[in-house]
Design a protein around this ligand. Sequence first.
Ligand SMILES: NC(=O)c1ccc[n+]([C@@H]2O[C@H](COP(=O)([O-])OP(=O)(O)OC[C@H]3O[C@@H](n4cnc5c(N)ncnc54)[C@H](OP(=O)(O)O)[C@@H]3O)[C@@H](O)[C@H]2O)c1
Length: 342
Amino acid sequence: MAAVKGTILVTGANGGLGSAIAQQVASRPEFSAYRGLYTVRDATRSDALASFGATYPDDILTLDLTKLDNVRQVADEVNTRVSAGDLPPIRALILNAGFQDFGNQSWTDDGFDNTFAANYLGHWLLTLLLLKSIDKEEGRIIVIGSQGHDPSDPRNARIGVFDDPKYQTFVSDAAGFEAIAKGTWSPASEDASWRGGFRRYSASKLFLVMMQHELQTRLDADPALNNVRVLGVDPGTMISGLQRLAPWVIRVLLFKIIYPFILYVNPNGPLRSTSRSAGDVLEAAFAVGEGGNPPKDKYFDGRTPLETGEESRDAAKRDMVWKETVRMTGLRETETILANWK
Ligand SMILES: NC(=O)c1ccc[n+]([C@@H]2O[C@H](COP(=O)([O-])OP(=O)(O)OC[C@H]3O[C@@H](n4cnc5c(N)ncnc54)[C@H](OP(=O)(O)O)[C@@H]3O)[C@@H](O)[C@H]2O)c1
């Protein structure tokens, strides 16, 4: 057997896109030299992962991203296993887990909005902690984005979520960031429809895209980590578990009847199968790039490069969000190897 080249770590691997990525890691010959490591919330529901040969607890870890203690515990376990040589360094860290509450708003024990914590805060902390185990030459971190991160994305015009001018900018200052983090921005008490939840989901995706740019800037300035690449992929609209809390019209009529039919007749159209998007995510994680120069700090809609939204490109805003995130996660100097972590 060939030497193991690296670990591919995927969060939310029990879900639609996550398990499609795991399926491709297990079946495509070019990934046979990589070790898949998957985080799930409930390991007893990991039948799909088990069918691809993943076993608990060797290849499957339980992680709830809304619990920062759990994030620290899992990162510690991975870092210990990598430093002991039990796991190869992380070649691809795929921040795939995602949660959308469609209006059923809920909070973590620490008082954060669950959507913010699951999609952004937990992933941010996990990434900073796992830099210890990243492959320093070839490592890539893949953020899973969404059209929602950019209110001016033409795909959002159809759904009317950002029509109100007050929702066309997500965040202006630290107080605004705190309001999103605590779920008092676009709360269900103000708009209990799926639109209120979609805006909170979209804000969490903006922060992930901001993290893509900001982390890359900070990695580039760090001699020990400047070969690590951060990329983003919008996987497009897929039929998955994400819609489980949506109202009947969305969950059943759209996603179980109308969309499967459209996908069947037009498999390469705007609706995407989880398998197609899994291929796009793995392409971002492993693409050699033109002239052997792999992409860095690029964001793709599937495989098409896309400029990220205006707010994500605002360096001062990104710095504010980063500093507030350090405060909210309580990150300590000894927990990350990133030089400029504050
Ligand atoms: N589906 C779409 O149309 C679409 C569009 C754009 C972007 N995306 C993004 O694509 C990614 C994959 O989503 P998907 O469509 O495959 O949805 P999915 O089937 O619901 O998968 C999401 C996974 O995230 C996990 N998750 C949710 N909350 C979590 C938490 N607090 N801690 C840890 N894991 C948690 C879920 O775990 P459980 O299995 O335990 O619930 C689930 O396995 C997400 O980042 C999503 O935002 C999806």
